[in-house]
Design a protein around this ligand. Sequence first.
Ligand code: AMP
Length: 312
Amino acid sequence: MARSKSPEELWKVLQDVQHVKRRDIVLKRELGEGAFGKVFLAECYNLSHTKEKLLVAVKTLKDPTLAARKDFQREAELLTNLQHEHIVKFYGVCVDGDPLIMVFEYMKHGDLNKFLRAHGPDATILVDGHPMQSNGELGLSQMLHIATQIAAGMVYLSSQHFVHRDLATRNCLVGNGLLVKIGDFGMSRDIYSMDYYRVGGHTMLPIRWMPPESIMYRKFSTESDVWSFGVIMWEIFTYGKQPWFQLSNNEVIECITQGRVLDRPRLCPKEVYDLMLGCWQREPQQRLNIKDIQKVLYALGKAAPVYLDILG
Ligand code: AMP
């Protein structure tokens, strides 16, 4: 994630990174694995004034090189200064000894991509060891609610002059009561490595979420984040399908640079697809801005769902 500082920001006093003691963290089980290292569910003591212990998600970094330590420190400073109801809460770090640890709020339902797939038409659940069709399919108003919350997080990021560069449902997290937050800042490239395209040695690019100017010239901006948000809406309305799943990476690059855009998902109302198209304007300045997108999504969510259902 890149940042460009505004004059006001240069004067803003940055908050210090909180430190958590190692003995205050009790690991419970593994939640997943990212490029950064393993992620665990843990109990953390002395974090909250009102509760003795809190469930948290901790990200670990084993045997860090000096460069990795520096990245870790920078990431922690950045996260400390990003605070919003739709950005995953960052509690602090534990750097006394190995591994290095980052402490985040625990989001019960995990990443949004997995959540969408689990609540789509293809999802099966195991009942007494037998696969059964899951009946928890997401409806239109829930999809709009999810999209609205991510847009709200992005309005905040853009107000802070943060360009995320990697917005996708795999980088959002789902908590209780369908609460959704932007939850990952460049640490999730391992498990979803199929979603990235390796260029040269180490650079991995999420090309399926990128606009032409990012693919062709590596230009990232608030407007390129808006393009990715259009792809997020597409993911939501397809229950977590991979964008351009039928195409190889090279075909995707060709397709996007030639100006083709993703088709309207079957369940997506015209009003929502129009928003996607507004995100996928070739010229960055022609794209909708995230504030307007958020307002429209919110209004659509409040409008009678029945009305939209018939239009869909
Ligand atoms: P990451 O390294 O952020 O990609 O995390 C790897 C996996 O761990 C994610 O796909 C989630 O399933 C899980 N995870 C990460 N952060 C959290 C969190 N704050 N709460 C719950 N699960 C998480």
